[in-house]
Write a protein that binds this ligand. Structure first.
Ligand code: SF4
Length: 265
């Protein structure tokens, strides 16, 4: 049994202790699903959007999340940039930032993760798949991503995230409506029925220009691949450069109909 199999969640760096965030995934008193769903309905009225008035800003959404989920909030970050962890850490210092460490990332992505852990008041948690790369190759054959990327994503992203999120009431994502046609109607706050917790998308209305402007203004770390022809960054075997003006997601899983890894479906 490999070390990876034995320990499927690693804290990359320990941030200053904050009540309720001492140990990622540690047992917490989590509210029942019905209570959390009621909070989602309140959020729709309080934060606006979807026909109920102007939408709250990203900072206002995060302020609501910080008040509503003290100690039970996690941020998911692909390490394409550190804007979301930066925004959340300003209001929730020491927040857990979950990084799905598939084992297939670009070196630049691991470098961005290390820079986030070193530069922000967050606790980066490497969420590991149950199987090491070697174990997956033995079980499913080498280069599963070439033959069955949906299964590969399920093994290396979807299941690990599902497991990691069991210790939280809500997760914050960087999903933006302009990312893809499948994300056009992304709400600020929604009920994540597949995981039984609240999903918060404070950047839903942001454009890529908004994101880069924030990063520049606050000197936030950005993955260098973004400026090297990779507007959407996933695992190295499944991500290609994109020509200027092309669909940013067209470089992901090129040759397959697949456009989502599954964690936002
Ligand atoms: S993006 Fe590619 S390599 Fe990464 S988990 Fe999905 S199929 Fe596997």
């Amino acid at each position: 049994m490999t070390q990876q199999t034995q320990q499927t969640q690693q804290t990359h760096q320990t941030a200053p202790s904050v009540p309720g965030t001492e140990s990622p995934g540690a047992p917490r008193a989590l509210r029942p699903a019905e209570e959390l769903q009621a909070l989602v309905e309140d959020a729709a009225r309080y934060l606006g959007g979807e026909g109920s008035g102007p939408e709250a800003s990203a900072e206002e959404v995060i302020a609501w999340a910080a008040r509503t989920f003290p100690g039970t909030l996690a941020v998911a970050c692909s390490m394409a940039d550190a804007v979301l962890p930066h925004l959340v850490a300003r209001q929730v210092p020491g927040v857990d930032v979950l990084f799905l460490d598939t084992g297939y990332h670009f070196p630049e992505t691991y470098g961005t993760r290390d820079a986030v852990a070193a530069s922000l008041e967050v606790r980066v948690v490497d969420v590991l798949p149950a199987l090491s790369l070697e174990e997956q190759d033995a079980a499913w054959g080498p280069r599963l991503y070439e033959r069955d990327p949906t299964r590969c994503c399920a093994l290396r992203k979807v299941e690990p995230l599902q497991r990691a999120l069991t210790g939280y009431e809500a997760w914050v994502t960087g999903v933006r409506r302009e990312d893809a046609a499948t994300r056009t109607h992304t709400p600020l706050v929604t009920w994540d029925s597949s995981r039984n917790l609240v999903k918060i998308n404070p950047l839903a209305a942001w454009t890529l220009d908004d994101l880069l402007a924030y990063a520049e203004k606050h000197r936030v770390v950005v993955n260098p691949l973004l400026a090297d022809g990779y507007p959407s960054i996933g695992c190295q075997p499944c991500t290609r450069r994109v020509a200027p003006g092309d669909d940013p997601r067209s470089g992901r899983w090129a040759g397959f109909a697949k456009t989502e890894c599954g964690i936002h479906l």
